[in-house]
Design a protein around this ligand. Structure first.
Ligand SMILES: [Zn+2]
Length: 515
């Protein structure tokens, strides 16, 4: 029996791989002002003056050596400061695309079930649209809390359960200390006990907040560009697929793709976003995309139809589990361009991992990530779970498994071998009642370890261990579907451009512009 999670296919990320690593990796940025007017003296000039002076010549050798070393250190420090100040703060201002059609805005869930938050902006903050009443002055924090099921902003009760806040140029606000572009919407949840905070942001600035968290911004430009196109495609697919019946399109976490607002931006990130502006991946096979119309002149017909609710009910556009393929309606042109940190040597198909097939999401050999990913990323240590924990985690995630009671056996029913390793695809669970049930491999992995940091992939073996089981010989990080991020960097190092990288990992997909 399959126990699908209705939002499983929204899951994309490397399950904790690249994003967290990126956060740890980010260097502290130093402003240009740190140089503070210090006069820069090149070491050659310094030594030159010494050599031209008889007095200098009399300076003892140890002193000269120390002076030389000091000069070299000063020069190195200056160079580092210059590089950091130049590479770290290329922020675009004002926020681009603020006038773009609202169909190309993204609604990002920043806070879920919050009871209080603090809002601040470096520019005047308005209620409603940009021309609305002034809520707050520049850099004056506005506390938000719930009073009697209504939002209270500052000292004045709003008596409202849905508030839009719009900062003036550069259209950047701060929510609990973190900067985001665009606008902020606060929505009281139906029970009146909490509220959600949703960032309304145009697509390109949104991607600038994603690419720098999903990939190292020091990686090769083609890899960053491929990441931007994949993230743009994934976002728009998710907006179409899941955003229709809820007040947000994507989450800011690995549940969608990691978005960290302005803090994730840098010069290489903006460069990758700008160079690929509007580019998405589409599946050509069996769909009605008119490539000739997919130009910058305007949204192509398939795109317009994709955003028109009258083009067909959402259900009609869903991939059919029976056929394993999407239908021929226009919005099927977009596909969820999944990606993950490290495939371990061979990517997985979406059919194998999630049970839904998309033409471009077939497994391909990946000889590129092994040499790029650090050994501790490529391989992962044995993860052990006792029987009690496994039972609790599985029954908590899938209540239907309660009929099994305690899990007494875990057997791999289906696995895909790639020669040196294999990835488990379907698992049979046996309970203390003697009943059995099955789960997809990815479902088992994430039910036992939702963070994905212990059982990092399904590319491992499951063996009995004490009163429980051990996941051993693991390699790769993430579900392995779609683009392998470390593999993309490996291909870029070999000279491949973004298009080549994307066409390798999303075979048959084409790049078109949506604007
Ligand atoms: Zn790979």
């Amino acid at each position: 029996m399959s126990l699908p999670n209705p939002e499983d296919h929204e899951l994309k990320t490397g399950d904790g791989g690249p994003a967290t690593e990126d956060q740890e990796r980010k260097a502290q940025e130093t402003t240009a002002g740190s140089e503070g007017g210090t006069r820069h003296v090149p070491p050659s000039a310094f030594l030159g003056r010494l050599s031209c002076s008889r007095r200098a010549a009399s300076i003892r050798r140890p002193t000269r050596l120390l002076l030389y070393l000091a000069a070299v250190c000063l020069c190195l420090a200056g160079a580092i400061l210059l590089l950091r100040s130049g590479a770290g703060r290329p922020l675009q201002s004002p926020t681009p695309q603020m006038g773009v059609d609202s169909r190309f805005w993204v609604r990002v869930l920043l806070l879920n079930d919050a009871t209080a938050c603090m809002i601040e902006a470096g520019s005047p903050l308005h209620l409603g649209s940009a021309g609305g009443p002034l809520l707050g002055r520049t850099s004056v924090p506005v506390p938000v809390r719930l009073v009697g099921g209504q939002l209270q902003l500052g000292a004045t009760p709003r008596h409202d359960d849905d508030v839009l806040l719009s900062p003036e140029q550069p259209h950047i606000f701060r929510l609990d200390g973190k900067e985001y572009r665009g606008r902020l919407r606060l929505i009281v949840n139906p029970d009146g006990q909490s509220f959600d905070a949703v960032n309304l942001v145009p697509l390109e600035p949104y991607l600038a907040g994603v690419v720098g968290r999903e990939m190292h911004d020091c990686w090769e430009p083609p890899a960053l560009q491929a990441q931007a196109i994949a993230a743009r495609t994934y976002c728009l697919f998710t907006k179409n697929r899941f955003g229709v019946n809820r007040h947000y399109d994507v989450r800011r976490t690995q549940a969608s793709q990691v978005y960290d607002g302005v803090a994730a931006e840098s010069a290489p990130v903006w460069d990758a976003v700008n160079r690929t502006c509007g580019q998405v991946l589409i599946e050509l096979d069996g769909q009605r995309a008119d490539r000739s119309s997919a130009s910058r002149a305007g949204a192509p017909p398939w795109w317009t139809a994709a955003w028109n609710p009258d083009a067909g009910s959402e259900n009609e556009t869903l991939p059919s589990p029976a056929t394993g393929r999407g239908c021929n309606l226009p919005r099927c042109s977009l596909f969820p361009a999944y990606y993950s940190s490290t495939c371990g040597g061979h990517t997985s198909s979406s059919e194998e991992a999630f049970g839904v097939s998309y033409g471009p999401l077939q497994g391909v050999a990946c000889p590129y990530c092994r040499d790029v990913a650090r050994p501790e990323i490529f391989y992962w240590p044995t993860a052990t779970f006792d029987r009690e924990t496994i039972t609790k985690q599985l029954l908590g995630r899938y209540p239907n498994l309660a009929a099994l009671r305690e899990i007494t056996d875990i057997t791999v029913m289906a696995e895909r071998s790639f020669g040196s390793f294999s990835r488990f695809e379907r698992i049979r669970l046996t309970g203390s009642t003697g009943k059995t049930d099955t789960l997809r491999g990815e479902d088992l992995r994430l039910a036992l370890d939702p963070s994905g940091r212990k059982i990092r992939s399904a590319a491992c073996r499951i063996v009995p261990w004490g009163t429980g089981w051990a996941f051993v010989s693991g390699q790769g990080w993430g579900h392995g579907v779609g683009m392998c991020q470390h593999g993309a960097q490996g291909m870029a190092r070999l000279g491949h451009e973004a298009q080549s990288i994307l066409q390798y990992y999303y075979s048959g997909a084409q790049i078109v512009n949506v604007y």
